[in-house]
Design a protein around this ligand. Structure first.
Ligand code: PEP
Length: 682
């Protein structure tokens, strides 16, 4: 069941991440396209005059940045809980918008994927319902998404993604979109784009006739048209099926007299320049000198040059006065012009009606200055970058710097850690103790227990550990095991003690009795004692007091169940356990406490918390100890991790800055495994 849940959550995560990365990216490379779409929405709401263009452009860039960053965060599982809540909120808003466009039909295409993929309003709604369901699944179990990058490097990914997307948008605004998904892309033949292929579906229409007889009006079709006793009143025709619409269906050029010269312009053999300026009033004037030179060049080489605009005569006059333009103006539809090139002005070079060059006014072709004819210049040839090359470039601009930045971050973190260790040695401050403690539980008879203790003692005596080693045994082993251990190398502890000091408590073993065997430690608060022997925080509080009063050090366990973790309550649960039993201790008493975080779902189950999960909890525990006993006491507190810790994962767990060792159950029953875990500190 758990595996199914993990698979489901991660499939949803993947679907969300890929969708957001794709939709964010296609918007980022064409901010103007998204801006036009936003303006369509404003028009549908009759708000077009109220929002300045700069605001819609900024909103377009912001939307791209939010979507892509959100996608990357979900993909890498960065700030899992927060980002999944944000995704739900984002999807809720988007789904509401798509419900509106589905029913009200204010725009034909939602614009989710820019010009890369066009969806009908019904398809968009279906897509958003699926994504909303994915978001709800992810927000329910965010911690089931494994992190793809360590916590320390997460800030780099998020900030670099933001930076990358803003830089990409800025570049594509200054130049042109890196990928052109519109029908006027490089290599597209405009005449071909306008052609309706033979056999393409034709639009279908139905006509109904309204006729009257003896004052009764009735509707008829051609199939049941009545006899002449009926009098014709009216007819209505409706389209019942759309016909094939070619990719280019609104390209037409008119001269100043209103003559359509589209065919003449497109059937010209050879090169043709189109200077595209949807709005002369808003066109950038900074490059007018270069544009005039390109026009002179075209005239000198007899290349037709059309300046296409949707602006009126007055605006044309003004432009001519301001820029000294001598080129002829022609009228074209504003939306078509905005679709052809995302620059105002922008330059397009056609050869036999095929688009072979496109430039924004910021990057007009300089080769023209050489005065050679176009067929001798590289810009006169169709030479688009391959898609693979562009994708690789994007990959290298994004992934390579991320990788390098993460590496630098790692190096800095390591240097800092070494420096901290050096400083703490220099200040003669005791570094907190690293410990590996075994919890044998109820597994061995006395003879086997003594034999195991001997084996562990021998192994540690022969190869000195880099950490404190403790074996915690059942009561009946304590006295005998104490005889075979060199407690300077392997210390002894009990697994429990009574909550009463002494008296008529048949079967109980007091803290004083434990101490008298030679043991130095006692495990208290273990989840198995809480669960099977109903040890409450109050009982544990008594036990802790008695253990400390009898000179025992306490290994105090805390941890949450699977349900609590899935409900995201682990911090709250652990805090309540510490509050209830040990946070009442004095600062002096606290020095004899070792904490062990043991998620119950990981104990004896073979399911280890990931090193990131364990580190996150131990850092949290240290932070609440700091709140209670101060930063220094928190720094000095040894906190262990417990739960299916074994030779194979100990090194990774112990590498985390807040993990000071492990409380080991199953793997402490074999000397070799226990020693291998101890050696993880080497
Ligand atoms: C334990 O019970 O303290 C424990 C950590 O067990 P295991 O290592 O077997 O999960």
């Amino acid at each position: 069941m758990k595996t199914v849940k993990i698979i489901l959550v991660n499939l949803c995560r993947l679907a969300l991440a890929l969708t957001f990365v794709f939709s964010g990216f296609v918007k980022a490379i064409d901010p103007q396209g998204t801006q036009y779409k936003l303006q369509d929405y404003l028009t549908a709401l009759s708000l077009q005059g109220f929002v300045p263009d700069a605001v819609t452009l900024l909103a377009a860039v912001a939307l791209a940045a939010i979507e892509l960053t959100m996608g990357i965060m979900i993909l890498f599982a960065i700030e899992r809980r927060r980002i999944s809540k944000f995704v739900v909120a984002f999807m809720a808003v988007m789904t509401l918008i798509t419900v509106w466009i589905f029913f009200a039909n204010p725009v034909k295409d939602c614009g989710c994927f820019g010009d890369a993929i066009h969806l009908t309003n019904g398809q968009t709604l279906a897509k958003n319902i699926v994504l909303m369901a994915c978001a709800l699944i992810v927000v329910r179990w965010p911690l089931l998404m494994p992190r793809l990058i360590s916590k320390t490097n997460q800030w780099i990914i998020t900030n670099y993604t933001l930076l990358y997307i803003l830089a990409t948008s800025a570049w594509c605004l200054w130049d042109l979109p890196t990928f052109d998904f519109r029908p006027y892309h490089l290599g597209a033949n405009i005449l071909k784009g306008m052609t309706i292929p033979k056999g393409a579906p034709q639009p279908k229409f139905t006509t109904t006739f309204i006729l009257e007889k003896h004052g009764v009006k009735k509707e008829f079709t051609l199939d049941n048209y009545p006899d002449s006793t009926w009098t014709f009143i009216d007819s209505k025709t409706v389209q019942t099926a759309p016909g094939y619409v070619p990719p280019i269906h609104d390209f037409s050029i008119e001269d100043q007299q209103g003559n359509d010269i589209t065919q003449q312009a497109l059937h010209h053999k050879g090169y043709t320049f189109l200077l595209i300026m949807p709005h002369l009033e808003q066109a950038d004037q900074s490059q007018f000198g270069d544009i005039n030179e390109i026009y002179d060049y075209a005239v000198d080489h007899h290349y037709p040059f059309y300046c296409l605009t949707a602006s009126d005569e007055k605006a044309r006059q003004k432009w001519e006065d301001m820029t000294g333009a001598e080129y002829p103006f022609y009228t074209c539809d504003e939306t078509t012009l905005k679709t052809i090139v995302r620059s105002n002005p922008g330059l397009v070079l056609l050869k036999d009606a095929t688009v072979i060059g496109k430039w924004s006014h910021n990057r007009l072709p300089k080769e023209i200055m050489s005065d050679k004819p176009l067929n001798e210049l590289s810009i006169g040839q169709l030479n688009p970058d391959s898609v693979a090359k562009r994708v690789t470039e994007i990959f290298l601009w994004y992934v390579l710097p991320l990788f390098l930045l993460s590496l630098v971050d790692r190096i800095i973190v390591n240097i800092k850690r070494r420096k901290d260790i050096f400083v703490s040695h220099k200040n003669n401050r005791t570094m907190r103790k690293k410990i590996v403690a075994g919890n044998w539980k109820m597994n061995m008879n006395l003879q086997d227990g003594v034999a195991l203790a001997k084996e562990i003692n021998a192994a540690c005596a022969a190869d000195k550990p880099n950490c404190g080693v403790i074996v915690c045994t059942p009561f009946i082993h304590l006295a005998s095991v104490a005889q075979v251990l060199d407690q300077n190398v392997v210390a002894l502890g009990a697994e429990n003690c009574a909550d009463k000091a002494k008296g008529a408590y048949t079967g109980e073993v007091s803290a004083e009795m434990v101490k008298s065997t030679g043991a130095q430690y006692v495990i208290l608060g273990h989840s198995e004692r809480r669960q099977y022997y109903h040890e409450t925080p109050e009982i544990l509080k008594e036990k802790v007091q008695l253990a400390l009063a009898n000179g025992l050090k306490v290994i105090f366990c805390c941890g949450e169940t699977l349900e609590e973790r899935e409900a995201n309550k682990q911090n709250e649960v652990v805090k309540a356990e510490l509050d209830g039993s040990v946070f009442n201790l004095s600062a002096d008493e606290w020095k004899n406490i070792v904490l062990a975080y043991e998620p119950i779902w990981a104990i004896g189950t073979g399911k280890t918390a990931t090193s990131d999960q364990a580190e996150e909890m131990l850092a949290y525990i240290r932070s609440i100890v700091a709140e209670k006993y101060g930063k220094q006491a928190a720094e000095d507190t040894t906190i262990l991790y417990g739960g299916s810790c074994k030779p194979g994962n100990a090194k990774e767990l112990f590498a985390k800055p807040d993990i000071d060792g492990g409380l080991i159950g199953g793997a402490s029953l074999k000397a070799a495994d226990f020693k291998a875990i101890i050696d993880a500190w080497k």
